[in-house]
Design a binder for this molecule. Structure first.
Ligand SMILES: Cc1cc2nc3c(=O)[nH]c(=O)nc-3n(C[C@H](O)[C@H](O)[C@H](O)COP(=O)(O)OP(=O)(O)OC[C@H]3O[C@@H](n4cnc5c(N)ncnc54)[C@H](O)[C@@H]3O)c2cc1C
Length: 392
């Protein structure tokens, strides 16, 4: 079965990706969906589901086979996983995507053999879940303003500070934390450290109350004189900024793929609703205004899909630029917002009721213009690539 978006064939996938899609879709249908209300109440993915995902080979796509993974570095598998999870809910794509698409490149590309032996088997099995801690109360878009510090003490580092809005933050066993390691005169000296559950001085706040994505845990993290051994430094000391940009294109394309899949799933639901729901004796989709809104939504989604598939093909060939990934992330978030807003409007009052998927989706989607680099920051990146730097 070839991948399609609203009836449009997509030729960027091979058979093996579609088989993997069936595995992910099966996991969603059998494991996630029956527990979706419980997950929303708990505001977190239960550990058994992480373990189940690990057993089904969803978590260790790029992890070497001898360390328990599939040993495949092919972004199309990650894309398939993001699509199928996002169709079920943005928070699923976010929680698992932070692990498989955001943290994975750090643990696969920047770690020593000893670190890989220590972390990757449990990363692939789901026994160790992960998060990434960059954002702070005073440093979101402006990561250079990070105030958390890591001070050398013999072979160890002493970490002080806090992080906020961290996805999986409440439950993660290992968090890749960006901390300032001042070297004289260098404002941007940042180092990445793996902070692990149970380290003395590391604590977490409550699960933050979000307006949507109630399936994910998002938390504040606090570090008070946390002693982190030198063997937990990820990559090179002082090179955190360079390391954080290394996988940005991958992360942003992953976010974009989830955005669009989420919009498309809700549009499919809405097309069915518009055919079944009647007003004035006619299906509501047959009113010209609604028909035009649906035509616009389908067109926008398919045009966006074509661009994302092109970006995915470029990524597989290791040719995706940071600017093109920024365009994909920005545009997909805008399309997602517009499409899902249309879905809510076409559902009428039911579109505002929590029990309807489109209502949840509307609240879930709002953050995608803000996180993973806001849309304004994406436009900055694109604008700069056109030769227009900041005049200051
Ligand atoms: C649900 C959720 C999950 C998240 N998960 C994580 C996570 O796992 N790990 C993590 O580290 N972070 C995470 N974040 C944080 C997220 O990445 C930040 O919220 C985001 O980068 C924006 O930072 P900020 O909130 O500090 O906003 P600010 O940086 O204060 O920005 C406020 C507004 O100003 C705009 N702005 C800022 N600078 C400029 C500029 N130069 N030009 C034009 N406009 C500008 C922004 O676009 C935004 O609209 C998460 C956030 C949320 C809400």
């Amino acid at each position: 079965m070839a991948a399609q978006t609203l009836g449009m064939d997509r030729d960027c996938f091979e058979d093996e990706h579609e088989w993997f899609r069936e595995t992910v879709a099966g996991f969603v249908a059998r494991e996630l969906m029956p527990r979706r209300e419980e997950i929303r109440e708990q505001r977190a993915i239960p550990r058994e589901l992480w373990l189940q995902a690990g057993r089904q080979g969803l978590l260790g796509i790029g992890v070497p086979a001898e360390l328990g993974g599939a040993g495949v570095r092919d972004a199309r598998f990650n894309a398939v996983m993001q699509e199928e999870l996002a169709r079920a809910g943005m928070a699923y794509a976010s929680c698992f995507g932070i692990h498989t698409d955001v943290v994975a490149p750090y643990l696969l590309d920047l770690t020593t053999d000893a670190q890989q032996q220590r972390w990757l088997p449990r990363f692939a099995s789901g026994e160790m879940t992960t998060a990434i801690g960059m954002t702070e109360a005073g440093a979101g878009s402006d990561l250079a303003a990070i105030a958390t510090t890591a001070t050398p003490d013999g072979d160890d580092w002493i970490v002080n500070g806090s992080k906020t809005f961290i996805t999986n933050g409440y439950s993660a066993d290992l968090i890749v934390v960006a901390a300032r390691t001042p070297t004289e005169g260098e404002r941007r000296s940042i180092t990445l450290l793996a902070i692990e559950a149970g380290m003395a001085g590391f604590s977490r706040g409550r699960k933050l109350d979000k307006i949507g994505q109630h399936e994910s845990d998002t938390a504040e993290l606090f570090f008070e004189e946390v002693r982190v051994p030198g063997e937990n430094v990820i990559g090179e000391v002082g090179q955190g900024f360079r390391h954080m940009t290394h996988a940005l294109a991958t992360e942003r394309l992953s976010a974009a793929i989830a955005n669009l899949a989420h919009a498309v799933a809700n549009l499919e639901i809405t097309l069915t609703y518009a055919a079944e729901r009647k007003a004035f004796g006619r299906p509501i989709g047959s009113f010209q205004h609604n028909r035009f809104k649906l035509a616009e939504a389908v067109t926008e989604a398919q045009v966006a899909q074509t661009y994302l598939d092109r970006c995915l093909t470029a990524q597989v060939a290791d040719k995706l630029s940071v600017e093109d990934a920024a365009k994909a992330k920005w545009w997909s978030a805008e399309v997602q917002d517009r499409v899902i807003d249309t879905c809510v409007q076409i559902h009428g009052g039911y579109g505002y009721m929590e029990e309807y998927d489109v209502a949840r989706a509307w609240a879930d989607a709002r953050v995608t213009r803000i996180w993973a680099g806001s849309n304004e920051i994406m436009k900055e990146i694109i604008g700069r690539s056109l030769g227009f730097g900041d005049p200051r």
